[in-house]
Design a protein around this ligand. Structure first.
Ligand code: NAP
Ligand code: GDP
Length: 320
Protein backbone atom coordinates (compact mmCIF):
# COMPACT_ATOMS: atom_id res chain seq x y z
CA UNK A 1 0.00 0.00 0.00
CA UNK A 2 1.28 3.48 -0.87
CA UNK A 3 2.48 5.81 1.90
CA UNK A 4 -0.06 8.60 1.40
CA UNK A 5 2.23 11.57 2.08
CA UNK A 6 5.11 10.31 -0.07
CA UNK A 7 6.08 12.93 -2.67
CA UNK A 8 6.05 11.37 -6.11
CA UNK A 9 7.59 12.82 -9.27
CA UNK A 10 6.19 10.64 -12.03
CA UNK A 11 7.79 10.73 -15.45
CA UNK A 12 5.65 9.27 -18.24
CA UNK A 13 7.59 8.20 -21.34
CA UNK A 14 5.38 8.23 -24.43
CA UNK A 15 3.28 10.88 -22.65
CA UNK A 16 2.09 12.44 -25.93
CA UNK A 17 0.50 9.20 -27.17
CA UNK A 18 -3.02 7.86 -26.66
CA UNK A 19 -2.39 6.19 -23.29
CA UNK A 20 -0.12 9.01 -22.06
CA UNK A 21 -2.74 11.64 -22.87
CA UNK A 22 -5.40 9.63 -21.02
CA UNK A 23 -3.15 9.47 -17.93
CA UNK A 24 -2.59 13.24 -18.27
CA UNK A 25 -6.36 13.83 -18.30
CA UNK A 26 -6.99 11.61 -15.25
CA UNK A 27 -4.03 13.00 -13.27
CA UNK A 28 -5.19 16.58 -13.96
CA UNK A 29 -8.73 15.70 -12.84
CA UNK A 30 -7.42 14.04 -9.66
CA UNK A 31 -4.90 16.86 -9.01
CA UNK A 32 -3.25 14.82 -6.28
CA UNK A 33 -1.21 17.15 -4.02
CA UNK A 34 1.64 14.68 -3.52
CA UNK A 35 2.11 13.82 -7.17
CA UNK A 36 3.85 15.79 -9.89
CA UNK A 37 3.35 14.33 -13.38
CA UNK A 38 5.67 14.97 -16.34
CA UNK A 39 4.69 13.82 -19.84
CA UNK A 40 7.44 13.26 -22.41
CA UNK A 41 7.22 13.02 -26.19
CA UNK A 42 9.90 11.96 -28.68
CA UNK A 43 10.61 15.67 -29.16
CA UNK A 44 11.95 15.87 -25.58
CA UNK A 45 14.33 12.96 -26.18
CA UNK A 46 14.77 10.12 -28.62
CA UNK A 47 14.79 7.27 -26.13
CA UNK A 48 16.55 5.00 -28.62
CA UNK A 49 19.63 7.08 -27.82
CA UNK A 50 21.31 6.18 -24.49
CA UNK A 51 22.77 9.68 -23.93
CA UNK A 52 19.50 11.47 -24.67
CA UNK A 53 17.69 9.05 -22.37
CA UNK A 54 20.15 9.58 -19.52
CA UNK A 55 20.03 13.37 -19.96
CA UNK A 56 16.22 13.63 -19.85
CA UNK A 57 16.03 11.29 -16.87
CA UNK A 58 18.65 13.32 -14.99
CA UNK A 59 16.84 16.54 -15.87
CA UNK A 60 13.58 15.46 -14.20
CA UNK A 61 15.05 13.03 -11.63
CA UNK A 62 11.76 11.12 -11.20
CA UNK A 63 10.90 8.99 -8.19
CA UNK A 64 8.53 6.93 -10.38
CA UNK A 65 8.34 6.15 -14.11
CA UNK A 66 5.44 4.99 -16.26
CA UNK A 67 7.11 3.63 -19.37
CA UNK A 68 4.84 3.78 -22.42
CA UNK A 69 7.15 4.99 -25.22
CA UNK A 70 7.22 2.54 -28.09
CA UNK A 71 6.73 2.06 -31.79
CA UNK A 72 3.10 0.90 -31.83
CA UNK A 73 0.92 -0.31 -34.68
CA UNK A 74 -1.82 -2.53 -35.99
CA UNK A 75 -1.33 -6.02 -37.38
CA UNK A 76 -0.49 -4.83 -40.92
CA UNK A 77 2.29 -2.48 -39.72
CA UNK A 78 3.57 -5.19 -37.34
CA UNK A 79 3.93 -7.62 -40.25
CA UNK A 80 5.56 -5.04 -42.56
CA UNK A 81 8.14 -3.83 -40.00
CA UNK A 82 8.55 -6.99 -37.93
CA UNK A 83 12.30 -6.57 -37.34
CA UNK A 84 12.19 -2.78 -36.80
CA UNK A 85 9.61 -3.32 -34.06
CA UNK A 86 12.12 -5.43 -32.16
CA UNK A 87 15.22 -3.23 -32.54
CA UNK A 88 13.39 0.09 -32.05
CA UNK A 89 11.49 -0.97 -28.94
CA UNK A 90 14.26 -3.06 -27.41
CA UNK A 91 16.64 -0.07 -27.57
CA UNK A 92 14.11 2.21 -25.88
CA UNK A 93 13.34 -0.32 -23.15
CA UNK A 94 17.02 -1.05 -22.47
CA UNK A 95 17.88 2.66 -22.22
CA UNK A 96 14.89 3.56 -20.04
CA UNK A 97 15.39 0.75 -17.52
CA UNK A 98 19.16 1.28 -17.40
CA UNK A 99 18.69 5.00 -16.62
CA UNK A 100 16.04 4.20 -14.01
CA UNK A 101 18.46 1.83 -12.29
CA UNK A 102 21.25 4.39 -12.43
CA UNK A 103 19.05 7.13 -10.93
CA UNK A 104 17.60 4.88 -8.23
CA UNK A 105 14.00 5.31 -9.45
CA UNK A 106 11.74 3.76 -6.78
CA UNK A 107 9.28 2.13 -9.15
CA UNK A 108 8.80 1.64 -12.89
CA UNK A 109 5.61 0.37 -14.52
CA UNK A 110 6.15 -0.65 -18.15
CA UNK A 111 3.37 -1.33 -20.59
CA UNK A 112 3.41 -4.68 -22.39
CA UNK A 113 0.68 -6.08 -24.65
CA UNK A 114 -1.24 -9.34 -25.02
CA UNK A 115 0.96 -10.00 -28.07
CA UNK A 116 3.48 -11.41 -25.54
CA UNK A 117 1.31 -14.49 -25.12
CA UNK A 118 1.90 -17.73 -27.04
CA UNK A 119 -0.04 -18.18 -30.25
CA UNK A 120 -0.85 -21.83 -29.64
CA UNK A 121 -2.46 -21.96 -26.23
CA UNK A 122 -5.58 -22.71 -24.25
CA UNK A 123 -7.98 -19.92 -23.31
CA UNK A 124 -8.33 -17.79 -21.32
CA UNK A 125 -4.67 -16.85 -21.17
CA UNK A 126 -3.29 -15.76 -17.81
CA UNK A 127 -0.07 -14.29 -16.45
CA UNK A 128 1.52 -17.71 -15.82
CA UNK A 129 1.34 -18.77 -19.50
CA UNK A 130 3.60 -16.23 -21.20
CA UNK A 131 6.54 -18.53 -21.81
CA UNK A 132 4.50 -21.56 -22.89
CA UNK A 133 5.31 -21.05 -26.58
CA UNK A 134 6.28 -18.51 -29.23
CA UNK A 135 4.00 -15.56 -30.06
CA UNK A 136 2.13 -15.29 -33.38
CA UNK A 137 4.60 -14.71 -36.26
CA UNK A 138 2.79 -11.51 -37.32
CA UNK A 139 3.86 -9.83 -34.05
CA UNK A 140 7.21 -11.55 -33.51
CA UNK A 141 9.46 -8.45 -33.26
CA UNK A 142 7.05 -6.39 -31.15
CA UNK A 143 6.22 -9.34 -28.89
CA UNK A 144 9.80 -10.30 -28.13
CA UNK A 145 10.80 -6.70 -27.37
CA UNK A 146 7.92 -6.66 -24.86
CA UNK A 147 8.82 -10.11 -23.49
CA UNK A 148 12.37 -8.86 -22.86
CA UNK A 149 10.95 -6.25 -20.45
CA UNK A 150 9.75 -9.15 -18.32
CA UNK A 151 13.22 -10.68 -18.38
CA UNK A 152 14.83 -7.33 -17.52
CA UNK A 153 12.39 -6.56 -14.69
CA UNK A 154 13.17 -9.88 -13.04
CA UNK A 155 16.92 -9.62 -13.60
CA UNK A 156 17.06 -6.00 -12.34
CA UNK A 157 15.25 -7.17 -9.20
CA UNK A 158 17.54 -10.17 -8.67
CA UNK A 159 20.83 -8.35 -9.25
CA UNK A 160 20.08 -4.76 -8.18
CA UNK A 161 16.91 -4.98 -6.07
CA UNK A 162 15.00 -2.68 -8.47
CA UNK A 163 11.22 -2.39 -8.23
CA UNK A 164 10.42 -2.57 -11.95
CA UNK A 165 7.08 -4.15 -12.87
CA UNK A 166 4.76 -4.31 -15.89
CA UNK A 167 1.13 -4.42 -16.96
CA UNK A 168 -0.40 -6.29 -19.91
CA UNK A 169 -3.31 -4.37 -21.43
CA UNK A 170 -5.57 -5.85 -24.10
CA UNK A 171 -6.54 -3.76 -27.20
CA UNK A 172 -6.89 -0.09 -26.25
CA UNK A 173 -8.72 2.71 -28.09
CA UNK A 174 -9.67 6.31 -27.39
CA UNK A 175 -8.92 9.97 -28.16
CA UNK A 176 -5.38 10.72 -29.46
CA UNK A 177 -5.10 7.23 -30.97
CA UNK A 178 -3.32 6.61 -34.28
CA UNK A 179 -6.21 6.71 -36.78
CA UNK A 180 -3.96 6.02 -39.79
CA UNK A 181 -5.66 3.46 -42.05
CA UNK A 182 -2.53 1.47 -42.90
CA UNK A 183 -0.58 1.66 -39.63
CA UNK A 184 -3.19 1.96 -36.88
CA UNK A 185 -5.03 -0.72 -34.95
CA UNK A 186 -8.49 -1.98 -35.74
CA UNK A 187 -10.75 0.34 -33.72
CA UNK A 188 -9.10 3.64 -34.69
CA UNK A 189 -8.92 2.27 -38.27
CA UNK A 190 -12.65 1.50 -38.30
CA UNK A 191 -13.54 4.83 -36.68
CA UNK A 192 -11.52 6.66 -39.34
CA UNK A 193 -13.23 4.60 -42.05
CA UNK A 194 -16.59 5.44 -40.49
CA UNK A 195 -15.63 9.12 -40.65
CA UNK A 196 -14.69 8.79 -44.34
CA UNK A 197 -17.91 6.90 -45.10
CA UNK A 198 -19.96 9.64 -43.46
CA UNK A 199 -18.11 12.67 -44.84
CA UNK A 200 -16.73 11.37 -48.18
CA UNK A 201 -19.09 8.52 -49.09
CA UNK A 202 -16.22 5.99 -49.13
CA UNK A 203 -17.60 2.45 -48.49
CA UNK A 204 -17.14 1.33 -44.87
CA UNK A 205 -14.82 -1.67 -45.30
CA UNK A 206 -13.49 -4.01 -42.63
CA UNK A 207 -10.21 -5.80 -43.36
CA UNK A 208 -10.37 -9.60 -43.12
CA UNK A 209 -13.39 -11.76 -42.32
CA UNK A 210 -14.65 -9.97 -39.19
CA UNK A 211 -14.49 -13.21 -37.19
CA UNK A 212 -11.41 -12.53 -34.98
CA UNK A 213 -12.32 -11.66 -31.40
CA UNK A 214 -10.76 -9.02 -29.13
CA UNK A 215 -11.17 -7.44 -25.68
CA UNK A 216 -11.26 -3.66 -26.13
CA UNK A 217 -10.54 -1.21 -23.31
CA UNK A 218 -11.12 2.55 -23.27
CA UNK A 219 -7.87 4.50 -22.82
CA UNK A 220 -9.21 6.39 -19.79
CA UNK A 221 -9.92 3.07 -18.02
CA UNK A 222 -6.39 1.90 -18.81
CA UNK A 223 -5.03 5.21 -17.47
CA UNK A 224 -6.79 4.67 -14.14
CA UNK A 225 -5.52 1.09 -13.94
CA UNK A 226 -1.93 2.07 -14.73
CA UNK A 227 -2.11 4.77 -12.03
CA UNK A 228 -3.45 2.17 -9.60
CA UNK A 229 -0.61 -0.21 -10.49
CA UNK A 230 1.96 2.54 -9.94
CA UNK A 231 0.55 3.32 -6.50
CA UNK A 232 -0.59 -0.06 -5.26
CA UNK A 233 0.51 -3.08 -7.31
CA UNK A 234 3.38 -4.73 -5.48
CA UNK A 235 4.64 -7.61 -7.63
CA UNK A 236 7.47 -7.65 -10.17
CA UNK A 237 5.48 -10.20 -12.20
CA UNK A 238 2.97 -8.60 -14.57
CA UNK A 239 -0.78 -8.18 -14.21
CA UNK A 240 -3.21 -8.37 -17.14
CA UNK A 241 -5.38 -5.25 -17.43
CA UNK A 242 -8.50 -6.26 -19.32
CA UNK A 243 -12.26 -6.15 -19.50
CA UNK A 244 -14.01 -9.37 -18.55
CA UNK A 245 -13.92 -12.41 -20.85
CA UNK A 246 -17.65 -12.09 -21.61
CA UNK A 247 -16.99 -8.57 -22.94
CA UNK A 248 -14.86 -9.94 -25.78
CA UNK A 249 -16.42 -9.06 -29.16
CA UNK A 250 -15.88 -10.02 -32.79
CA UNK A 251 -14.45 -7.48 -35.24
CA UNK A 252 -17.83 -7.73 -37.03
CA UNK A 253 -19.68 -6.67 -33.85
CA UNK A 254 -17.32 -3.80 -33.23
CA UNK A 255 -17.62 -2.63 -36.87
CA UNK A 256 -21.40 -2.57 -36.46
CA UNK A 257 -21.05 -0.42 -33.33
CA UNK A 258 -18.86 2.05 -35.26
CA UNK A 259 -21.36 2.08 -38.14
CA UNK A 260 -24.16 2.84 -35.63
CA UNK A 261 -22.15 5.60 -33.95
CA UNK A 262 -21.81 7.37 -37.33
CA UNK A 263 -25.37 6.46 -38.31
CA UNK A 264 -24.12 4.92 -41.59
CA UNK A 265 -26.82 3.61 -43.94
CA UNK A 266 -24.72 1.63 -46.46
CA UNK A 267 -23.87 -1.41 -44.27
CA UNK A 268 -20.49 -2.99 -43.56
CA UNK A 269 -18.26 -4.38 -46.36
CA UNK A 270 -15.46 -6.95 -45.92
CA UNK A 271 -12.10 -7.13 -47.74
CA UNK A 272 -11.23 -10.78 -47.21
CA UNK A 273 -8.02 -10.45 -49.24
CA UNK A 274 -6.46 -9.01 -46.02
CA UNK A 275 -5.22 -11.39 -43.33
CA UNK A 276 -7.10 -11.83 -40.06
CA UNK A 277 -3.94 -12.12 -37.96
CA UNK A 278 -4.49 -13.86 -34.63
CA UNK A 279 -8.04 -15.22 -34.35
CA UNK A 280 -8.28 -14.59 -30.64
CA UNK A 281 -6.16 -13.97 -27.57
CA UNK A 282 -8.78 -14.06 -24.82
CA UNK A 283 -7.12 -12.91 -21.60
CA UNK A 284 -8.22 -13.59 -18.04
CA UNK A 285 -8.53 -10.61 -15.72
CA UNK A 286 -8.95 -12.83 -12.63
CA UNK A 287 -5.74 -11.53 -11.03
CA UNK A 288 -6.84 -7.90 -11.53
CA UNK A 289 -10.37 -8.65 -10.28
CA UNK A 290 -8.95 -10.24 -7.13
CA UNK A 291 -6.92 -7.10 -6.39
CA UNK A 292 -9.51 -4.56 -7.61
CA UNK A 293 -12.94 -6.26 -7.59
CA UNK A 294 -15.08 -3.14 -8.05
CA UNK A 295 -13.39 -1.48 -11.01
CA UNK A 296 -16.00 -0.42 -13.59
CA UNK A 297 -15.02 -0.43 -17.26
CA UNK A 298 -16.55 2.02 -19.72
CA UNK A 299 -19.11 0.17 -21.90
CA UNK A 300 -17.71 -0.34 -25.42
CA UNK A 301 -20.57 1.53 -27.18
CA UNK A 302 -20.04 4.56 -24.92
CA UNK A 303 -16.26 4.56 -25.42
CA UNK A 304 -16.67 4.28 -29.18
CA UNK A 305 -19.16 7.16 -29.21
CA UNK A 306 -16.79 9.36 -27.15
CA UNK A 307 -13.90 8.52 -29.51
CA UNK A 308 -16.04 9.20 -32.58
CA UNK A 309 -17.02 12.59 -31.10
CA UNK A 310 -13.36 13.33 -30.37
CA UNK A 311 -12.32 12.52 -33.95
CA UNK A 312 -15.16 14.63 -35.38
CA UNK A 313 -13.96 17.58 -33.28
CA UNK A 314 -10.21 17.04 -33.84
CA UNK A 315 -9.88 15.55 -37.35
CA UNK A 316 -7.58 18.30 -38.63
CA UNK A 317 -4.98 17.68 -35.90
CA UNK A 318 -5.50 13.94 -35.35
CA UNK A 319 -3.02 11.25 -36.44
CA UNK A 320 -4.81 10.20 -39.60
P1 NAP B 1 1.05 5.87 -29.24
O1 NAP B 1 -0.21 6.65 -29.15
O2 NAP B 1 1.55 5.49 -30.58
O3 NAP B 1 2.17 6.65 -28.45
C1 NAP B 1 3.51 6.25 -28.51
C2 NAP B 1 4.32 7.18 -27.67
O4 NAP B 1 5.70 6.78 -27.71
C3 NAP B 1 4.28 8.64 -28.15
O5 NAP B 1 4.27 9.50 -27.05
C4 NAP B 1 5.60 8.77 -28.92
O6 NAP B 1 6.09 10.12 -28.95
C5 NAP B 1 6.49 7.90 -28.03
N1 NAP B 1 7.69 7.47 -28.74
C6 NAP B 1 7.75 6.73 -29.89
N2 NAP B 1 9.04 6.59 -30.28
C7 NAP B 1 9.79 7.26 -29.37
C8 NAP B 1 11.18 7.51 -29.25
N3 NAP B 1 12.07 7.02 -30.13
N4 NAP B 1 11.61 8.25 -28.21
C9 NAP B 1 10.74 8.76 -27.32
N5 NAP B 1 9.41 8.56 -27.36
C10 NAP B 1 8.94 7.82 -28.40
O7 NAP B 1 0.91 4.50 -28.40
P2 NAP B 1 -0.13 4.12 -27.26
O8 NAP B 1 -1.25 3.41 -27.94
O9 NAP B 1 -0.38 5.26 -26.36
O10 NAP B 1 0.70 2.98 -26.49
C11 NAP B 1 1.37 3.25 -25.28
C12 NAP B 1 1.93 1.94 -24.75
O11 NAP B 1 0.89 0.99 -24.54
C13 NAP B 1 2.94 1.27 -25.69
O12 NAP B 1 4.01 0.75 -24.94
C14 NAP B 1 2.13 0.15 -26.33
O13 NAP B 1 2.95 -0.93 -26.71
C15 NAP B 1 1.20 -0.23 -25.19
N6 NAP B 1 -0.06 -0.86 -25.60
C16 NAP B 1 -0.88 -0.24 -26.50
C17 NAP B 1 -2.05 -0.88 -26.88
C18 NAP B 1 -2.99 -0.26 -27.89
O14 NAP B 1 -4.00 -0.92 -28.24
N7 NAP B 1 -2.75 0.94 -28.37
C19 NAP B 1 -2.40 -2.13 -26.34
C20 NAP B 1 -1.53 -2.71 -25.41
C21 NAP B 1 -0.37 -2.07 -25.06
P3 NAP B 1 5.65 11.14 -30.15
O15 NAP B 1 4.22 11.52 -29.86
O16 NAP B 1 6.58 12.27 -30.01
O17 NAP B 1 5.80 10.35 -31.42
P1 GDP C 1 -4.15 -7.06 -33.07
O1 GDP C 1 -5.35 -6.98 -32.20
O2 GDP C 1 -2.87 -6.86 -32.34
O3 GDP C 1 -4.16 -8.31 -33.91
O4 GDP C 1 -4.12 -5.88 -34.12
P2 GDP C 1 -5.21 -5.01 -34.87
O5 GDP C 1 -5.92 -4.13 -33.93
O6 GDP C 1 -4.45 -4.34 -35.97
O7 GDP C 1 -6.19 -6.01 -35.61
C1 GDP C 1 -7.21 -6.76 -35.02
C2 GDP C 1 -8.06 -7.46 -36.06
O8 GDP C 1 -8.86 -6.49 -36.75
C3 GDP C 1 -7.35 -8.25 -37.16
O9 GDP C 1 -8.06 -9.47 -37.29
C4 GDP C 1 -7.57 -7.43 -38.43
O10 GDP C 1 -7.65 -8.23 -39.57
C5 GDP C 1 -8.93 -6.78 -38.15
N1 GDP C 1 -9.20 -5.53 -38.86
C6 GDP C 1 -10.33 -5.23 -39.54
N2 GDP C 1 -10.30 -4.02 -40.07
C7 GDP C 1 -9.10 -3.48 -39.70
C8 GDP C 1 -8.49 -2.21 -39.92
O11 GDP C 1 -9.03 -1.33 -40.58
N3 GDP C 1 -7.25 -2.02 -39.37
C9 GDP C 1 -6.63 -2.99 -38.63
N4 GDP C 1 -5.43 -2.73 -38.09
N5 GDP C 1 -7.18 -4.20 -38.40
C10 GDP C 1 -8.40 -4.45 -38.93
Amino acid sequence: MRVMNEQMVVLVTGGSGMVGQAIKKVSEEENHPNEKWIFLSSKDADLRDPEETRAIMRKYNPTHVVHLAAMVGGVYKLIRLNCDFFTYNFRINDNVLDSCKELGVKKVVSCLSTCVFPDKTTYPIDETMIYNGPPHDSTLGYSYAKRMILVMNKAYKMQYGCNFTSVIPTNVYGPHDNFNLEDGQVLPGLIHKGYLAKHKNIPFTVYGSGTPRRQFMYSVDLAKLIMWSLREYEEIDPVILSVDEEDEVSIKEVAEMVSEAFDLQDGVHYDTSKTDGQLKKTASNAKLRKLLPDFKFTPLRQGIKETVDWLEANYENARV
